[in-house]
Design a binder for this molecule. Structure first.
Ligand code: KMH
Ligand code: ZN
Length: 271
């Protein structure tokens, strides 16, 4: 099996300091957290920008600062979010692409998100995808439900993206596909040959889904965006603790952990 890419989803758009005091919010906090997660075994960090009040923002100037602070500390792959937070306009969500980040997420469908709806109309998906292709930004297709794989394939048929693509299966969001072994197997079996994938289990599903990803030859996303606990009732001390556990268990299972440059080669990132 190829080396395991561990992604650390450092902060997300919805988690608050009230829920966990270790949540990184400012560009410097995010960069320091990225460096700790990288040292613990993460090859890739998925980041959301926050404003000075800690609220989610897609302001490119904040992302510019985050990227520059991370780059000053580590060679980790930086993946920015184009998902932002529920309710943001497509225009504001995609503004960050103008920075030409190494990687960006692309959610290829609309999905219930707890009490909310995370809206991704096909016209917006096409426009995000065209800009990502034009700027040579490697996409990570965020899959919250199985039709999102079909929509990603539509982008390929339109000649915007080419295969292989990299997918992230986010399982266990309330209102979306549940975090079960059967669902993960079905998603993996639905991918075209040669595509890579990672799995992100939400909440208490994070560790079991991560272990399935390791065993099945996929990759793994953990981090405070998806889960703030290390174990029942005990908050994680930070992203690094969650990453270090996956690295430790993966190595016990005979899987080596990818460096950032190994992950670039697996994901086809050319710059
Ligand atoms: N915050 C969610 C509504 C992404 O980063 O691309 C969407 C999200 C996906 O987190
Ligand atoms: Zn995200």
């Amino acid at each position: 099996m190829e080396p395991l890419i561990i992604t650390a989803a450092l902060n997300g758009a919805e988690v608050t300091r009230e829920q966990t005091p270790v949540l990184p919010l400012t560009p410097v906090e995010i960069a320091e957290e990225a460096a700790r997660a990288h040292a613990a075994g993460a090859a890739l960090v998925h980041v959301h920008a926050r404003d000075e009040r800690g609220a989610a923002t897609q302001d490119p100037s904040v992302y510019r600062e985050i990227i520059s602070e991370i780059r000053a500390r580590t060679n980790v792959i930086i993946q920015v979010s184009t998902g932002g937070a529920v309710g943001m306009t497509a225009e504001s969500r995609s503004a960050v692409l103008s920075l030409c980040p190494e990687m960006a997420t692309l959610s290829t469908g609309t999905v219930n998100f707890g009490e909310d709806v995370f809206v991704n109309r096909m016209g917006d998906i096409l426009s995000f995808a065209k800009r990502m292709a034009a700027y040579h930004i490697t996409p990570e297709i965020e899959v919250f439900d199985v039709a999102m794989i079909e929509n990603a394939m539509y982008l390929v048929r339109q000649g915007i993206f080419s295969l292989p693509l990299h997918f992230d299966f986010v399982l266990g969001v309330p209102g979306a596909l549940a975090a079960t072994a059967r669902n993960l197997t079905f998603l993996v079996d639905s991918l075209p040959p040669g595509c890579s994938w990672s799995v992100a289990g939400i909440g208490r599903a994070q560790l079991p889904m991560a272990m399935m990803g390791v065993a099945m030859g996929g990759h793994v996303r953990v981090g405070l965006e998806d889960n703030i606990y290390y174990s029942k009732g005990r908050l994680a001390t930070g992203n690094a603790e969650l990453v270090a556990r996956v690295k430790r268990l993966a190595e016990e299972m005979g899987r080596t952990v990818a460096s950032a440059d190994e992950a670039r080669s697996i994901l086809g990132i050319k710059r």
